[in-house]
Write a protein that binds this ligand. Structure first.
Ligand code: 0X9
Ligand code: ZN
Length: 304
């Protein structure tokens, strides 16, 4: 059985997604956001509870391979959208089409299980080193700041924008949803930050007041259950300059005016835990993050 008391390998989660499509016919559809360098599928689910045309919410997790809590939180949310009896969760489940990809860097994720728990990048060979940073490889302000030209670096931007088949094919999938997505969310860890554009400049996006309102509501909601404290803001000021990330590209290219990146547990003050968040924290992280996303969606609705 599949639950949120442990982390799973890629194949097990993919089998669970496939089973959901069998168990929820007409509600869960398997979607493929392209392929990885080693030929794995970037597998996700579309959850659509009623037939009518609805706005979409897009969630990608696991761009960075070692950030295991990201994928586990995505699967937690998938399960809750399908099974929760909470009124707030039922509402957001029914009112939107959800597109959720728990492992958008599948080669890297497999490598964190087989060889190096702290691997971050893709596994494309570049000379004697491997991988580009898939959160520096997107085609908006690519390789401008906070990324490296050195293939062995953990923030290697790649030889060109969208050099990685993972970001290229996922971006094509996202582009196919242009105009249909009202909220885009990316899960990372760690530091307990909630971030919005931009990464390449301190200049705020034109609708920054909307971002701030949604940010405030989401950060307030995430602390309600367990007191978990989030900070954040625009990427450039709140963490560090970093261009070529997924949310900035999504903001600029798919007509999605609200895009956020969660840096999930643990906090910045717990570097000894870092990317290796104990499995006992998957459930509380999932709960508080869904609390936050419920508040986020409600706030986005208020903006109209
Ligand atoms: O550096 C990153 O890519 C993210 N931090 S992490 O520790 N998870 O690697 C920050 C991402 C924020 N930037 C964008 N989403 N563009
Ligand atoms: Zn990350």
């Amino acid at each position: 059985s599949y639950d949120w008391t442990q982390y799973y390998e890629l194949d097990y989660t993919y089998r669970w997604l496939q089973q959901l499509a069998v168990n929820y016919p007409g509600v869960v559809t398997l979607i493929e956001g392209g392929k990885s360098y080693q030929g794995r599928s970037i597998l996700g689910v579309k959850i659509s509870k009623t037939k009518s045309e609805k706005p979409g919410i897009f969630i990608e997790a696991g761009i960075h391979a070692r950030e295991w809590i990201a994928g586990a939180t995505a699967t937690y949310i998938i399960n809750q959208l399908l099974t929760s009896t909470d009124e707030g969760v039922k509402q957001i489940a029914e009112n939107y089409n959800w597109y959720i990809f728990p492992h958008v860097n599948p080669d890297g994720f497999v490598y964190t299980h087989t060889t190096d728990r702290l691997w971050r990048k893709t596994r494309t060979p570049y000379g004697s080193c491997f991988g580009s940073d898939p959160n520096r490889n997107w085609g908006f302000e690519w390789n401008v700041v906070g990324s490296s030209n050195i293939p062995c670096s953990d923030t290697y931007a790649g030889p060109s924008a969208f050099s990685e088949i993972e970001t290229r094919s996922l971006s094509e999938y996202i582009k196919s949803l242009e105009g249909k997505i009202s909220l885009y969310i990316s899960f990372h860890s760690y530091s307990q930050y909630l971030l919005y554009p931009y990464g390449h400049t301190a200049t705020l996006p034109s609708n920054h007041e909307d971002f701030k309102r949604v940010y405030d509501a989401s950060v307030a909601a995430i602390s309600k259950r367990y007191g978990t404290v989030y900070t954040g803001g625009n990427i450039y000021d709140a963490i560090y300059p970093a261009s070529g990330g997924s949310i900035d590209w999504a903001y600029e290219n798919v007509g999605t005016k609200l895009v956020f990146c969660y840096e999930l547990r643990p906090s910045d003050n717990q570097p000894w835990i870092g990317f290796e968040l104990p499995a006992s924290q998957i459930l509380p992280t999932g709960e508080e993050t869904l609390d936050s996303i419920t508040a986020m969606v409600n706030e986005v609705e208020k903006l109209g």
